[in-house]
Design a protein around this ligand. Structure first.
Ligand code: MLT
Length: 328
């Protein structure tokens, strides 16, 4: 019988689908040390989210049994893809399932930041009625800069346009025609995006190129005034990956007022340290990496990843194999 380890949880409907396909499903978090000691050698497939890291050492001890490593989500930065490729093990993910949920959280953070929703709630609970102090700004007429213009950014662009925002983007990997069709202004230089937009939202992967892409120099480029010369401040949202925003630089910019709000769902080190000064700043809004944490997304993620795992276990190639080209 094929054995599948599900270490970081998965929707029950998806677990059932694996069982109906004749797999024994072991649903349990496996400690790092146990994986390093060779636990993967007892499984045909492993399905992880972000809590379990799959390293070269673990993969080297997984053969000949392990056929596929599956990431129930989008980001595969917790899996050593090079090591898996060298062993000929496909790494599969579920890139489409959480798109709508992340779009909605991004818009939620934008609205929450501009209208001080979390701050207003804290103030109300502490007995204040801070109606005069909590004067926000509208999304309407503002320039939104999207870093990356993949599925999630395109979804954010559609909603932002419905609010009357003017949408700009920077994505060196995408054909210009995609932006044109979406009525989005594409910039060839990322600095121009910062010089143009008062609102920035991140929708790219964390790579060497994007590490600390949002830093002191670029935050200082942001104009702080909208196209009608209204002082709307500068606002940044990151629901993509931690490490793209230099958190120290962003905190300094919040303190100086160059940044009016910062909303992060993802952090350079997760879970974020409770003593981080960011958490004390009233114009910082944070959520604990919950972009894909909806009932709908988790159901879709589970069903999509099970399809991918079964495709491999049945001798085929999953459509969402991320190391397709590199498997030796
Ligand atoms: C993903 O990569 O799918 C998201 O960041 C969600 C997650 O890791 O839970």
């Amino acid at each position: 019988m094929r054995r599948v380890a599900v270490t970081d949880g998965m929707a029950q409907e998806a677990v059932k689908k694996l069982e109906q396909a004749g797999c024994e499903v072991v649903q349990d978090f496996i400690e790092h040390d146990v994986l390093v000691a060779g636990a993967l050698a007892d499984f045909d497939a492993i399905i992880v989210r972000s809590a379990t890291k799959i390293t070269e050492e673990m993969l080297n001890k997984s053969q000949p049994r392990l056929k596929v490593v599956a990431r129930a989500g989008v980001g595969v930065d917790n899996i050593d893809i090079r090591a898996a490729s060298e062993l000929g093990v496909p790494v599969v993910n579920a890139p489409r399932a959480s798109t709508q949920s992340v779009v909605e959280l991004t818009i939620g953070h934008l609205l929450g930041s501009l209208r001080f929703i979390p701050r207003a709630d804290r103030s109300l609970r502490s007995g204040e009625w801070a109606k005069k102090e909590l004067k926000g700004t509208e999304l309407f007429g503002k320039r939104l800069g999207l870093i990356g213009f993949g599925r999630i950014a395109q979804g954010v662009a559609r909603v932002a346009q419905a609010f009357g925002m003017e949408v700009h983007s920077y994505d060196p990997y995408l054909p210009l025609s995609v932006a044109k069709k979406a009525d989005v202004t594409m910039h060839k230089n990322v600095d121009n995006l910062f010089k143009t937009c008062t609102h920035i939202s991140i929708h790219c992967n964390l790579t060497e190129e994007t590490h600390h892409l949002i830093n002191k120099k670029r935050i200082e480029m942001m104009p702080g005034v909208d196209p009608f010369n209204l002082k709307c401040g500068n606002h940044i949202v990151n629901c993509a990956r931690g490490g793209i925003v230099d958190e120290d630089a962003a905190f300094a910019a919040l303190k100086s007022g160059q940044l009016s709000s910062l909303a992060l769902d993802v952090f350079e080190h997760e879970p974020v340290d409770a003593s981080s000064p960011l958490l004390q700043h009233q114009n910082f809004h944070g959520t604990p990496h919950i972009g894909a944490a909806t009932i709908e997304a988790q159901r879709r993620v589970g069903l999509d990843i099970v399809d991918a795992v079964l495709a491999v276990l049945n001798g085929g190639m999953a459509e969402t194999t991320v190391n397709r080209k590199d498997i030796v």
